[in-house]
Design a protein around this ligand. Structure first.
Ligand code: SF4
Length: 214
């Protein structure tokens, strides 16, 4: 029977993506093969508890969630059971999204799931892990997210948008790396360039200063 290693399950407001501000149940899967320099979820790299699939599904149902976000860590690091979980949740009629690093194949993710996929910019330290073939599997409901730490990151993101025609394929989110870049300056670059992207500051960091459980 499938099982998943889970760091935490909690109900909060979606802090990013196009669903920002919506009540959402977060299922944070344990483990990540990446080490982004600005990672804010290092506590999910290890530990966690194993959940058998039926128990996990019934725990999730007990919240009667409006929206469910499968996150990590890198949830697709537990590839097969993660795919199974998302398919089972969609089958039950839930609205499901996944936050993924962009380093693992997304082609088998259930088409009903909204994929929020990072492309790692140079100053993340993990740019070499980007799996660019994933871009072909993003659609108008999905999102590609750039976390920007510097002007170099911003210019790189613009290049990727241009090279892969990202704004025509999917939604593009530009998010400042918390505490590392002047948010207003980044916003002004976007306005100046009339970039077809959405600027976004992580809501949970403003509301709860990134406390675990939010
Ligand atoms: S992919 Fe996500 S969880 Fe993994 S190191 Fe980067 S920011 Fe952290």
């Amino acid at each position: 029977m499938s099982r998943l290693r889970i760091t935490e399950i909690f109900y909060s407001l979606q802090g990013e993506s196009s669903s920002i501000g919506k009540p959402t149940l977060f299922v944070r899967l344990t483990g990540c093969p990446l080490r982004c320099v600005w990672c804010d979820t290092e506590y999910a790299f290890s530990g966690g508890d194993y959940w058998e699939m039926p128990q996990l599904l019934s725990k999730i149902d007990s919240y009667q969630p409006q929206n469910i976000c499968i996150t990590g860590g890198e949830p697709l690091a537990q590839f097969q059971p993660c795919l199974e979980l998302m398919a089972a949740l969609c089958e039950k009629g839930h609205s499901v999204s996944i936050e993924t690093s962009g380093s693992i194949d997304i082609s088998e993710v259930d088409p009903r799931v909204i994929k929020v996929m990072d492309l790692k910019a140079p100053d993340s330290g993990e740019m070499s892990k980007n799996k660019y073939s994933n871009i072909a599997f993003l659609n108008k409901n999905d999102e590609v997210k750039f976390v920007i730490k510097s002007r170099k990151d911003y210019d790189w993101a613009k290049m990727q948008m241009d090279q892969y025609q990202l704004a025509e394929k999917t939604n593009v989110i530009i998010s400042p790396c918390f505490g590392d870049i002047n948010e207003r300056e980044l916003a002004e670059w976007i306005i100046e360039d009339n970039l077809p992207a959405r600027f976004q500051i992580q809501l949970h960091k403003i509301l709860w200063n990134d406390a675990e459980g939010h």
